[in-house]
Every structure is written in C-alpha cells, then in structure tokens.
Design a protein around this ligand. Structure first.
Ligand SMILES: C[S@@+](CC[C@H](N)C(=O)[O-])C[C@H]1O[C@@H](n2cnc3c(N)ncnc32)[C@H](O)[C@@H]1O
Length: 381
C-alpha cells in the first residue's frame, strides 16, 4: 500500500519519522521536511516500516545523490545529504542514543580523512550473472558498475570475478591501503574459502607496524579512520597497563595498545584471527602479548588486569563478558563499537551495576554515506 507523509525528524539508527493516520512511520533515505510517497513494508501495532517510493517535495537539506544506484542499493543510506550534514546528523543520533538510555553525554565526532573510495573491505554477491550489493530491503542484487565508496583496486577486480564461471556465491575482498595488495575469498557450501589464483591475505599498516589480515577473517572497512582509532587508543594507555583485550580479531588494535602497555592478552572466537594475531605480534617484536581462542559468550576466566579493551560485534557485549568485566578489578575500560545502540545499553549496565564512569564518547565516521557509526567510549572507576 502506498502512503504520503511528511518527515518530521530523523531518529536512530537514521530513518526518517513521519505520521500516517496518527501512526509513526519510519522511512529510510529521507530527511526532515521531505514530503514522500512510501510503500508499507511491515505494519506493526504501534508503527509502520516503509520504503521510499518517491520524493514529492524535498526537504531543505536534500541534495541529488551523486551515485546512480543510491535509491536501489542497500549500501549508502545518507547520500541525499552533503558530507557536512551527514556528520552533523550522525553526531546528533549518537548523542540521542545515549540520551534515550538516560545518559547525558557530549560526544566528539571524527570525520573520515577520505570520504570516497574509502572502503577497502567488502562482500559482494554474484547472482544470475550480476555482481553487486544487496538491494535495500530485498535479496535482489544491484550491479556495481559505479560505486563511490569502494576502493578502486577492489572495484577493478569485479569484472574478472563476474567472468570466472561461478554463480550464486559471495566474494569477500580486502585491499591493503599500505601497498595495494588484494585478497579474495569465495563462499563454497556456506563457507569462505580462498579463491584459486588469488592471495588470501594482505599486509596492512595502520601506523603502528605491518600486520597480516585475511580476506576470510574480520578486517575494518575503512583503513583511514581505523588509523585514527589506533592513534586514539595508543594515547589512552601507559606502561603501567596490563590489558585484557576481548574480541581482538587479528590484532588491529592490539598493536597500538601493546606497544605502550606492560602486557596484553587477547581473546577471540576465530582460530584463524588468533593465528594472525600471534603472527602479527611476533612480526612486530611484541613479546609482552598472548592470544587465546575463546568463546567469550560461554564461561571464560578474565585474567588479572587493570585495563580492558573490547570491540564486540554489533550485538555488543554478551552477558558473560559484561559480568566478567564488571566483577573484575579493572579500573579502565576502552570500548570500540560499531553499534551505538548496544554501546549505550552496555554503558548503562556498566555504570549502574558495576560503578564505571563514562569519561568520553567519540564517534568515528568509519562508514561515510551510510547511517552506521563507529564509536570509542572510555570508562573508568
Ligand atoms: C568487530 S570485530 C573486532 C575485531 C578486531 N578488534 C579488529 O579490529 O580486527 C569482532 C570480533 O569478535 C569476534 N567474536 C564474535 N563473537 C565472539 C565470541 N562469542 N567470542 C569471542 N569472539 C567473538 C569475531 O571473531 C571478531 O573478530
């Protein structure tokens, strides 16, 4: 069903909010003052989720999105705003997410040093001979003949991957911002495996030494803002710190921390990532580190430490790690998050149940042109 409404406000995580028959309607890719025609995607008791059909009359901040696939592609949901307005909005949404949990904060926000072709890590789909990204709110694949956010090196790989003779699969690509190396993996029977004829790992450098990252493991999407987070983390630790790092992956943040700290012990579920973390520490002569394969959602023992660093997946800290950190003797917590909603929820528990104080929150624009925001929160007690 098609409805018409005016967008009154943008609410976390970045959708426009308007009303139809006194019911709240959420419409992605809109801005305040837009009058839009929208299609109802899901109607719930108290609200409606809708998709944008047409902008009948644009709000004052709306611009012509520079990408021809913007409306269809599921990737960039904020390209209808200038970069300056995207950042202003993300800062406002980050603040609001904390306010909604009763936490009064004034975050900083760090712009991405590069806003185009910044994406050095991606997964693309190949379906019915089309290579591209998933469409918004659908499983349809949108061809990537043009993409303003993908690194040029990755973009140049796509035609070759499309013509390999494979179909109905996904490719995971990673390009080093240090030397342009590219690694590619492919899904086979729902598992990521190296793609024959391609490298499966690259050497990356975020400013604290060279590290190996694998295309079948986790890697941050935007290396330029990742370097800024590494620099911020390095400044937060000293030679007195014994750090436990939960969700450490291949050690992207372990390096800047371990270079300054007395010791660092890292934990992650992925065997491959822990193997890389060990190799990365060795290559950088960091004899003060240890890394363990551990499922942090199940029981685990947090070693004695005065500082904890975490970078969990979107859902945030599980109840087990939250309790282990809360009941430990750690007095400093560095929390990197790709989801402000779970960060704010965890912050409330850490403060109310475990006496942590929230010292600062800084947003980092890891995902320019999309509504996603990375953030670093610093706690002490
Ligand atoms: C956002 S990534 C961060 C990785 C690392 N900080 C980096 O920048 O490369 C989240 C990490 O959590 C790990 N992970 C997810 N669930 C986990 C669990 N239950 N126990 C331990 N690690 C987990 C993933 O393997 C992944 O490496």
């Amino acid at each position: 069903m098609k409805i018409q409404l005016e967008i009154e406000k943008i609410v976390p995580p970045g959708d426009g909010l308007g009303y139809f028959n006194n019911k709240a309607v959420f419409v992605p890719c809109t801005t305040v003052g837009d009058v839009v025609e929208a299609i109802i995607v899901k109607e719930k008791k108290k609200h409606i989720l809708a998709s944008l059909k047409e902008v009948v009359s644009p709000g004052k901040d709306r611009i012509q999105a520079p990408c021809p696939h913007y409306r269809e592609c599921g990737g960039c949901s904020m390209m209808h705003l200038t970069y300056t307005n995207q950042v202003k909005l993300k800062l406002k949404l980050l603040t609001e997410v904390f306010t909604n949990h009763g936490l009064d904060i004034t975050p900083d926000f760090i712009h991405s040093p590069r806003t185009e072709h910044y994406r050095h890590r991606t997964t693309v789909k190949l379906k019915n001979g089309i290579i591209g990204f998933s469409a918004r709110q659908s499983h349809h694949v949108v061809p990537i003949d043009e993409c303003l956010i993908l690194s040029k090196g990755i973009k140049n790989q796509l035609i070759g991957l499309k013509n390999l003779g494979r179909n109905n699969c996904e490719f995971s690509l990673l390009e080093s911002s240090d030397n342009g190396e590219i690694a590619v993996c492919v899904t086979e029977k729902n598992r990521l495996v190296p793609l024959p004829g391609h490298s499966e790992r690259v050497a990356e450098n975020y400013g604290f030494g060279s590290i190996v990252l694998r295309s079948d493991g986790f890697a941050q999407a935007n290396p330029f803002i990742t370097s800024a987070i590494c620099r911020a983390l390095e400044k937060k630790v000293s030679a007195d710190d014994n750090i436990c790092e939960l969700y450490c992956g291949a050690g992207t943040f372990s390096l800047p921390l371990a270079i300054k700290a007395a010791t660092l012990e890292g934990f992650d579920l992925s065997k491959r990532s822990i193997r890389s973390a060990i190799e990365n520490a060795k290559q950088n002569n960091l004899a003060n580190t240890r890394f363990n394969v551990t499922n942090l959602e199940k029981g685990f023992k947090l070693p004695q430490c005065n500082t904890v660093m975490v970078d969990p997946p979107r859902k945030g800290l599980g109840s087990v790690p939250l309790k282990r950190i809360g009941t430990s003797r750690a007095s400093k917590l560095l929390y990197v998050s790709c989801n402000p909603a779970s960060l704010a929820r965890d912050a409330k528990s850490l403060m109310e149940t475990y006496r942590f104080n929230l010292l600062s929150v800084t947003g980092y624009d890891m995902y320019c042109h999309s509504h996603h925001t990375e953030a670093l929160a610093v706690f002490s007690r």
